[in-house]
Design a protein around this ligand. Structure first.
Ligand SMILES: [Zn+2]
Ligand SMILES: [Zn+2]
Length: 138
């Protein structure tokens, strides 16, 4: 699998028994639908608001950033934001294959969250988890 953001090499890493596809070049992370479901289950977030179909249903965010293509079906992905305290821009495959988290984006948001203790909601906890994966927490 090629990185949808930079065409770098994507490797599978395991963190807390969840497999992630992680780009060694831009630090972005791809979750396929099953991995995302597993993650929300592991974090005790069952019962919604973070399945791929729910993310696809979020309003499209209009940004200058180039559209990325789903690494599975190669269709352009939709840009949406998640997180209430601080928004993270993510790309989601409209066919439901998975979501892409941009490495830099997650790091930036975590920097903002650090002082606010605002990661209490479901989406915030997922962002928090990603921060641990990226080792950006102090
Ligand atoms: Zn990359
Ligand atoms: Zn797709």
């Amino acid at each position: 699998m090629d990185c949808p953001a930079c065409k770098g090499v994507v490797v599978v890493v395991e963190y807390q028994r969840i497999e992630l596809d992680y780009c060694t070049k831009c630090y972005g992370v791809w979750f396929d639908a099953g991995e995302l479901a597993l993650l929300t289950e592991r974090l005790g977030l069952e019962g919604g608001s973070l399945t791929v179909s729910e993310i696809v249903a979020l309003p499209e965010k209009r940004v200058a950033e180039k559209a990325r293509r789903c690494p599975i079906c190669r269709k352009k992905m939709k840009k949406v934001t998640i997180g209430s305290a601080s928004e993270v821009l993510i790309d989601v495959c409209t066919r439901g294959h998975g979501v892409w988290f941009d490495g830099g984006e997650v790091g930036q948001v975590l920097g903002q969250l650090k002082d606010k203790h605002a990661a209490a909601d479901k989406q915030g906890r997922v962002i928090d988890f990603l921060g641990e994966v990226f080792h950006v927490r102090g």
